[in-house]
Design a protein around this ligand. Structure first.
Ligand code: CA
Length: 537
């Protein structure tokens, strides 16, 4: 009851200020020019809209030179007058334009954070989209019907939707591409050279790493092998994957959800303590890269390229040791209790603040209908990756018009990211997992990773739930940011000390007290509240 009253007040305050700023803008603005929202229609009935956007420096400076946008203009009879900035300066230019009050009709590829969206909504710069979606956007509504979980994730705590989202699914549930962030890659050439089996338990892993250290598997007569390397901070290069053999495991945001729907802080769990002790055992044997605590990406990469690691961690081995057969993924290991587990990370292909409409927009229906075209499946796929039939450059796809299906073409040595950045437009879109095989094929670089997750990782995932992408209130975001700054830094510092000094058992109780002092209980309460809201049917 209390919650309802509060959000009603916020909504009223927001719409009052929307009105105020519309009046103000109408009063002040004389002619056109600048970023200003457009009002006129030309005699042909073509509407012109003014958008601010960003793109890669590899892409044409004028987005209308992209074939996708040319086709869109023809199809919709809407001309977009773009003000395009390269990624490096976009945030600054975007913020300047908004602060000047000379607002465009919309900001495309806006990439606003939740906090920014709520602030802009509160001061009336951007408008709620619920009614526009309901009345003008059949394609988008269909996406939300097919994947209803996104509805709550894009809805602010006051019940409004303030931005059109970007949604990219590759696999779903336990098999989605983000389900495991940090993959363990083991040197199978060294295993073979030393006549060793792929380790199946944490004990066997320790023995394998000792053999890597002491038996010269690269055969150069020197003890130059690095049995185990990682970058000691939350992310895909961390060794957190190993933690799951001892319990719930660990992931970059320190949150997992029990099968009963309870949010748990990973770094206060008993299994976490055992995992840290195990890493200390590896440390005492001299198996850990001495640079693990200090190295940056380029140092990590240099040694990885030279294939000096026995075991290391990354999203994809191609990024570090190359796309060759020297390394293979190490399947999840049984811990001391014989249990095998893989922790699911909470990552998701969702960009909540992808496009906003401003209070200066006088063509809201036309704009909404234009945006709705972007949520057509075949359109979304192209906007995300690139298009077909471009005679001036390499294409990502060929298109079978009869079937309405896009097929990825061979890259022929082109870097996939570069080709995508030149030809795609990004923006609000949805590529759902159900589209593969129906509207498009899957990109090759995603397929290999999805196979590993499906066949090796997903069958060992014990958790049935993950943290959804929760849309917190401004007050909650303020508190979470404040608490996490100190709490997460403390967790990392203690973990690092314990890896090296092994005092985790004797210091554990004091550590738990300090976590509470730093706000852990409030953090859990906010997280649990968000989880409950987002999963409520
Ligand atoms: Ca050697």
């Amino acid at each position: 009851m209390k919650k309802l009253t509060k959000s009603k007040v916020v909504t009223q305050a927001a719409s009052a200020s929307v009105l105020a700023s519309i009046l103000l803008l109408t009063a002040c603005s004389g002619g056109g020019g600048g970023n200003a929202a457009s009002k006129e229609q030309d005699p042909s009935g073509k509407v012109t809209l003014n958008f601010i956007t960003q793109s890669s420096p590899l892409a044409p400076a004028d987005p209308n030179e992209k074939l996708i946008n040319k086709r869109l203009e023809e199809k919709t009879n809407v001309h977009i007058n773009w003000k395009n900035f390269t990624k490096d300066v976009f945030v600054e230019k975007r913020n300047l334009a908004v602060a000047s009050g000379d607002l465009p009709d919309a900001i495309f590829n806006a990439d606003y954070s939740d906090y920014e969206l709520l602030k802009l909504a509160k001061d009336g710069t951007i408008i709620p989209l619920n009614d526009l979606i309901e009345k003008n956007m059949p394609n988008f509504k269909k996406v939300l019907e097919q994947a209803p979980e996104y509805k709550s994730m894009i809805t602010a705590p006051d019940g409004n939707i303030y931005a059109f989202p970007w949604i990219e699914e590759l696999g779903n549930g336990k098999e989605r591409i983000q389900a495991v962030d940090s993959m363990p890659w083991i040197n199978v050439k060294w295993l073979k050279k030393l006549g060793l089996e792929m380790p199946k338990t944490t004990d066997e892993l320790k023995k394998v790493l000792i053999a890597f250290k002491t038996q010269d598997p690269n055969g150069n007569g020197q003890a130059d092998e690095i049995p185990l390397s990682f970058i000691n901070k939350p992310g895909a290069e961390d060794l957190a994957f190993l933690f799951a053999s001892f319990g719930l495991g660990e992931n970059p945001d320190h949150a997992v959800v029990s099968n009963e729907g309870k949010v748990i802080f990973t770094a206060a769990d008993e299994g976490y303590k055992k995992a840290v002790s195990f890493i200390n055992e590896l440390y005492k044997e001299g198996l850990i890269d001495i640079e693990a605590y200090t190295q940056d990406w380029s140092t990590y990469l240099a040694k990885g390229k030279d294939q000096r690691y026995g075991l290391y961690f990354s999203w994809d081995k191609a990024n570090i040791s190359g796309a060759n057969d020297t390394y293979e993924v190490m399947p999840p290991l049984a811990g001391p209790d014989g249990e095998v587990n893989v922790t699911r990370t909470n990552g998701l292909g969702l960009g909540r603040g992808k496009m906003v409409l401003t209070s200066s927009n006088k063509n809201l229906e036309t704009t909404a209908k234009w945006v709705d075209q972007l949520y057509d499946p075949v359109q979304s796929v192209q906007d995300n990756w690139g298009t077909y039939g471009d005679k001036t450059q390499q294409n990502i796809f060929k298109f079978d018009e009869a079937k309405g299906m896009l097929t990825h073409l061979p890259l022929e040595g082109a870097a996939p990211v570069e080709l995508r950045e030149k030809t795609s437009i990004g923006g609000p879109l949805a590529v759902l997992d159900s589209y593969y095989g129906k509207y498009t094929t899957m990109p090759d670089d995603a397929k290999g990773r999805l196979d590993i997750i499906k066949n090796i990782m997903a069958p060992k995932m014990k958790a049935e739930n993950v943290m959804p992408s929760v849309f917190n209130s401004i007050e909650e975001l303020d508190r979470l940011t404040t608490i996490e700054t100190d709490l997460f830094a403390y967790v990392l510092r203690m973990r690092t000390e314990w890896y090296q000094n092994g005092k985790v058992d004797e210091q554990w109780d004091d550590y738990l007290k300090e976590l509470d002092r730093l706000g852990l209980q409030e953090w859990l309460k906010i997280k649990q509240g968000g989880y409950d809201r987002a999963t409520k049917k």
